[in-house]
Design a protein around this ligand. Structure first.
Ligand code: HEC
Length: 130
């Protein structure tokens, strides 16, 4: 390979990296930031992990699995999930004797609930963890 050729190759590489940068910018959209925030809340302040498991695998009972499972109390859409998380599930409606407290018993704000709901939508798309 001649020097000139190598320089040309670098230019071509440089140009394609330059073009890739804005694409990477799009991947880090406000939504994926919300999902990342939701994940942190699910594992922390929101207390969701304590009943649903860290990977949404269902800790209390198989019915509390959120990953890759068809939901029975709500639809997997953003407004419906937000509503369910805010209200919780009372014991009369729960398929196990235990209820889900409002906001999981946490003090999450509405913005935080929305982020968690986006993370639950992500969990929904996953295959159930083994
Ligand atoms: C104290 C335990 C507990 C905590 C904490 C908790 N949940 Fe739940 N959750 C439940 C129970 C119990 C059910 C109903 C399970 C059943 O019917 O068998 C439920 C149901 C759900 C459902 C509906 C599942 C379906 O099949 O329709 C979603 C979504 C959900 N929880 C999300 C969350 C999120 C997000 C958090 C955190 C903010 C959270 N939960 C915190 C116990 C909990």
């Amino acid at each position: 390979m001649t020097v000139r050729c190598r320089v040309l190759l670098l230019c071509v590489l440089g140009a394609s990296i330059g073009r890739a940068a804005p694409v990477l910018g799009q991947v880090t959209s406000t939504d994926s930031i919300a999902v990342a925030k939701g994940k942190a809340l699910f594992h922390g302040k929101g207390l969701c992990f304590s009943c649903h498991g860290k990977e949404g695998e269902g800790l209390l009972a198989p019915s509390t699995r959120l990953a890759g499972r068809v939901l029975v109390h709500t639809k997997p859409t953003l407004p419906e999930l937000i509503a369910l998380i805010k209200t919780g599930v009372d014991s009369a409606h729960s398929s196990i004797t235990q209820s889900m407290p409002e906001r999981g018993g946490s003090r999450m704000t509405d913005t935080e609930v929305e982020a968690v709901a986006k993370y639950v939508m992500e969990l929904q798309k996953r295959a159930p963890p083994r």
